[in-house]
Design a protein around this ligand. Sequence first.
Ligand code: GLN
Length: 305
Amino acid sequence: MDLRLMEILDRNRQYIKDGKLPIYIPELSKANINALGIYISTLDHQEHMAGDYLYPFTIQSISKVVTLMMALEDQGKDAVFARVGMEPTGDAFNSMMKLEMIQPSKPFNPMINAGAIAVTSMIKGSSHEGIHRILNFFRKITGNQQLNINQDVYLSEKRTGDLNRAMAYYMRNVGVLKGDVEEHLDTYFKQCSIEVTCRDIARIGGFIANNGILPETGERLIKEEYVKIAKTFMVTCGMYNASGEFAINVGIPAKSGVGGGIMAVVPGKMGIGVVGPSLDNKGNSIAGVRVLADLSEKFRLSMFL
Ligand code: GLN
């Protein structure tokens, strides 16, 4: 247990009560609202941790960063960005408002739900191999062969995912999504339901911080250019319509999920995983954001300094 990290967690516990558990995916409302944990994995092989870093939660939207890199590897940059844009929306993560705004119609970016569903549909084998290739890739970059899908969360998402379903069918109508919509949605719901701990997302962060090379083995899995794109989206869209504020207060590329996780990447240095299931009104971990702000200030981690 790292005492400096523990102190940062303790200082920010007070914010938990100002947030809420998500109820639109009923299974997520069963989380422990008081959990708060952090795990840091540095590229020079140090590990620092504090609090509930072993608390299991579903990865949710943090998965979108990884599936984006996979789709870029499979299809190349031009094909991916023919079907999804590069601009922040300023709207909620599940908003469908701007889906019709770009002509020809496409979702604004790969970090909002519509864009992420489109991206997942572009991963080779997404509709027949389903989740297997994606899950195996997550196992490889976390170094955790036990990683699996939380079936209760997956079924809960599938049952209540009508907004995602509506966006997916709309996207098929305009040609952004091709093939079997239900199969693609199923893969997306499963990718969001992968159960992780802070350590797992710190490891993914470390892989991204190391530009797509596994720190343990030196094996390159993703082209540097595609990792650069992923990090850039984390800065501009990773915290949804709080990305601007987060860039000012924290200044680290990051991606949040409604499971309460935040994955942060200090390029060339470390991956950070934080969990705190109590969410603010934009769907980001309310205490987790403050923890990262304190950490960034204390260790001068902002990329804009
Ligand atoms: N699975 C969630 C959804 O589709 C992911 C959203 C999130 O983590 N912000 O609504």
